[in-house]
Design a protein around this ligand. Structure first.
Ligand code: AMP
Length: 287
């Protein structure tokens, strides 16, 4: 495995790999790797000959009051973990490689129809920051395949839409959420949680499962279900940001007429913002 930090060097490597006839798979990350990230690399092995994992904490997707400065940076441990996964190259650009002023870019990518809802509502610049950096990484690496976790469901839908709309010849794969035994979705931000908060956090997944079950058992008033669940979240110790039952892919507010559903939640636990979701199909007889 080789670590490459400049755009010029990674492009030279990709040219050589392409000349050998190899296909390229990209796994974009912000580092502080856990089993969720590693699962993306393992799944990419089924799609591409050469796997490039990028590690870049993207300033553009954080707003000034967020945790950009304190975001965990653990490059040495990350490289050790990557070494044993079958990853081929690690791309570690600096902020100055990606952004002319090290922070932002004049040209930005916004996927309008999927912004302004869910995480886009409470983090208004976040999804544009994500789409812009992913577009840049795609233009640098020009992969055949890229993979993203379903954990960041709205992000995955934004990237799929961007890739289609901007005619990028890249196949986007979504990977299942990797969870702790207690159901808590793995996240780099879980390391911010105290022991007490770590006991509360798995409730998020339990509540998603509970609401999924209620829908499968015939609950039809989705808006009322959302309202009641927001209260349950507050009673469980979360400061709820949203809890919404939406359609898969297009993320429209779902009604009982929709079959393919995703329930998405974001909630603050102390200083830590947690997100989770669950995808499922409603029973035909409920529709
Ligand atoms: P991040 O480093 O948090 O930007 O995440 C990089 C990629 O890993 C994104 O595509 C995430 O959706 C994915 N990811 C993060 N946590 C998980 C998880 N628990 N299960 C599956 N994928 C994940």
């Amino acid at each position: 495995m080789k670590t490459v930090s400049t755009i010029k060097d990674i492009r030279a490597i990709i040219r050589t790999e392409r000349q050998k006839g190899n296909t390229i798979g990209l796994v974009p990350t912000m580092g502080n790797l856990h089993a969720g990230h590693i699962s993306l690399i393992e799944q990419m092995q089924q799609h591409a000959d050469i796997i490039i994992t990028s590690i870049f904490v993207n300033p553009l997707q954080f707003s000034p009051n967020e945790d950009f400065d304190s975001y965990p940076k653990t490059l040495d441990e990350d490289l050790k973990k990557l070494e044993i996964t079958g990853n081929h190259y690690v791309f570690t650009p600096t902020a100055n490689d990606i952004y002319l002023d090290g922070k932002s870019s004049i040209t930005k990518v916004t996927v309008e129809a999927l912004d302004g809802i869910l995480c886009g509502k409470s983090r208004p610049t976040h999804l544009t920051g994500v789409a812009t950096v992913v577009a840049k990484l795609f233009n640098i690496i020009m992969p055949d395949h890229a993979i993203f976790g379903l954990k960041d469901y709205q992000q995955l839908m934004v990237i799929k839409q961007m890739t289609t709309d901007l005619c990028m010849p890249i196949e986007i794969h979504g990977a299942p959420i990797v969870r702790d035994d207690n159901g808590l979705a793995l996240s780099s931000r879980n390391s911010y949680l105290s022991a007490t908060k770590l006991e509360i956090a798995p409730r998020l997944h339990q509540i998603l499962l509970f609401v999924k079950q209620a829908i499968l058992q015939g609950e039809k008033n989705f808006r009322e279900l959302e309202k009641q669940t927001m209260m349950i979240l507050e009673e469980s110790g979360f400061k709820a940001d949203y809890f919404e039952i939406r359609t898969q892919n297009k993320l429209k507010l779902a009604t009982v007429n929709d079959r393919k559903l995703t329930i998405l939640v974001a909630a603050q636990l102390g200083e830590t913002r947690l997100i989770d979701n669950i995808e499922f199909e409603n029973n035909e007889e409920n529709i």
